[in-house]
Write a protein that binds this ligand. Structure first.
Ligand SMILES: NC(=O)c1ccc[n+]([C@@H]2O[C@H](COP(=O)([O-])OP(=O)(O)OC[C@H]3O[C@@H](n4cnc5c(N)ncnc54)[C@H](O)[C@@H]3O)[C@@H](O)[C@H]2O)c1
Length: 312
C-alpha cells in the first residue's frame, strides 16, 4: 500500500472520504485545498496545505516536502461554477492540472489519479455509452476535463507517466457540493427531512447514470491500488443505476408521506441531464480491476435519508 498520498481537493466532498479510506489502511494523507475550505476536514490528517492549484511554487514545495507516492487529483471547479466563470475554470481545471502532472512526472511520482466526468461526452449519445465513444463536450467543465485526459494519456504514452482516470456520472452524496448542477436529489431529501417542499430543476421523467458517493471514493482507492499491468484502458467509465426525478419523489414519499414536489421541465439543468445517457458501459473496469458498485438506488436513498435525519 502507499506510504504517503497527496489529495488535491482534500477538503472536498470526495476528498474527505478518500482521505478516510487511505488513513484507515495506514497511508499518510497530505491534503491540498483552498484556504476557504479550511475547517471542512474533520479528522486528523498527516498534513494540510492550504493554497491554490494555480500556485506552481506551492505545489512544487508540497511535492518536495512530502514526497507522496500517489497523487489523487480531485481539486476542481464543478459544472455550475465552471459555467459561471469559464476562464477561471480553464486555469484551475485544465492548466493547473496539466502543470501538476508535469511536476509529478519530473519527480517520478505515480500513480496519478484524475477525476473525470461523464460530462466529457457530447450530447445526444446512444445509451449505453461505449468506452471508446468520442468525447466532444459542449460544456466548459467537460472541455477542461477532456484536455487533462488527453494530456495525461499523452504523458503516459510518450513518457511512461502512471496516469489513471475514472469518468464518474452523477454522484449522489449526503453533502452535495453547491457548485454541482446534479446536487438536486440530495437537496430534495434534505428538504423532505426538514419538512420542506422542493422544486426539482428537471422534469419528472428526467434521469441519468448515477453512483453513490461511497462507491466513488472506494473506486478511487481501488484503481490506484490496482497493478499497473492490469489496466488495459487509459480511462474507465463507471455506472451503478439510473433513476428519474419521479422515482426519487416516490422513494422520498414512501419515507416522508407529507413531502410534495414541483418540477421544472425545460430548465437548463433539465436540458443538460436529459441529453446525458442513462447507462455507461463499465465492463472494462469490472474486468480489469474488479469494479463493482455496492449501492443501488434504494440503498442510496436510505443512506441519504439516514444522513438527512441525523442533521435535522
Ligand atoms: N460530485 C460529482 O458529481 C462528480 C462527478 C464527476 C466528477 N467529479 C470530480 O470529482 C472531483 C471531486 O469532486 P467533489 O464532488 O469532491 O467536489 P468538491 O467541490 O466537494 O471538491 C472539490 C475541491 O476542490 C477544491 N478546489 C477548487 N478550486 C481549487 C483551487 N483553485 N485550488 C485548490 N483547490 C481547489 C475545492 O475547495 C473543493 O474542496 C472533481 O474533480 C470533480 O470534477 C465529481
Amino acid at each position: 500500500m502507499f506510504k504517503t498520498a497527496l489529495i488535491t481537493g482534500g477538503n472536498g466532498n470526495l476528498g474527505r472520504l478518500v482521505a478516510q479510506h487511505l488513513e484507515a489502511i495506514g497511508t499518510k494523507v497530505v491534503s491540498f485545498d483552498l484556504p476557504s475550505s479550511e475547517g471542512a476536514h474533520c479528522e486528523p490528517r498527516h498534513a494540510v496545505v492550504l493554497g491554490d492549484m494555480q500556485d506552481q511554487s506551492l505545489l512544487e514545495d508540497t511535492l518536495t516536502a512530502y514526497k507522496p507516492d500517489v497523487v489523487i487529483h480531485l481539486a476542481s471547479m464543478l459544472s455550475g461554477s465552471s459555467q459561471a466563470n469559464p476562464q477561471l475554470a480553464w486555469e484551475v481545471n485544465a492548466t493547473s492540472s496539466i502543470r501538476l502532472m508535469r511536476l509529478c512526472l519530473d519527480r517520478n511520482i505515480g500513480p496519478f489519479f484524475f477525476a473525470s466526468t461523464a460530462a466529457t461526452y457530447g450530447p445526444d449519445l446512444a445509451s449505453p455509452v461505449a468506452l471508446n465513444t468520442p468525447q466532444w463536450p459542449e460544456n466548459i467543465y467537460g472541455a477542461t476535463k477532456v484536455a487533462v485526459e488527453r494530456m495525461g494519456v499523452y504523458l503516459k504514452l510518450k513518457q511512461g507517466f502512471d496516469f489513471r482516470c475514472l469518468r464518474f456520472p452523477m454522484v449522489l452524496s449526503p453533502s452535495a457540493p453547491a457548485g454541482a448542477m446534479t446536487a438536486y436529489p440530495s437537496h430534495a431529501i434534505a428538504a423532505a427531512a426538514r419538512g420542506d417542499n422542493f422544486t426539482m430543476p428537471v422534469a419528472p421523467s428526467t434521469g441519468m447514470s448515477t453512483l453513490y458517493l461511497n462507491d466513488v471514493t472506494r473506486s478511487i482507492v481501488e484503481i490506484c491500488s490496482a497493478p499497473r499491468a492490469a489496466l488495459t484502458q487509459h480511462a474507465y467509465n463507471l455506472h451503478s443505476y439510473v433513476f428519474t426525478a419521479q422515482d426519487l419523489v416516490e422513494a422520498i414519499q414512501s419515507r416522508f408521506p407529507e413531502f410534495t414536489c414541483g418540477f421544472t421541465p425545460g430548465s437548463p439543468t433539465d436540458d443538460l441531464i436529459l441529453r446525458w445517457p442513462d447507462v455507461f458501459d463499465d465492463r472494462a473496469a469490472r474486468a480489469d480491476w474488479g469494479w463493482e458498485p455496492h449501492y443501488d438506488f434504494d440503498a442510496t436513498v436510505e443512506a441519504l435519508v439516514q444522513f438527512a435525519k441525523s442533521q435535522s
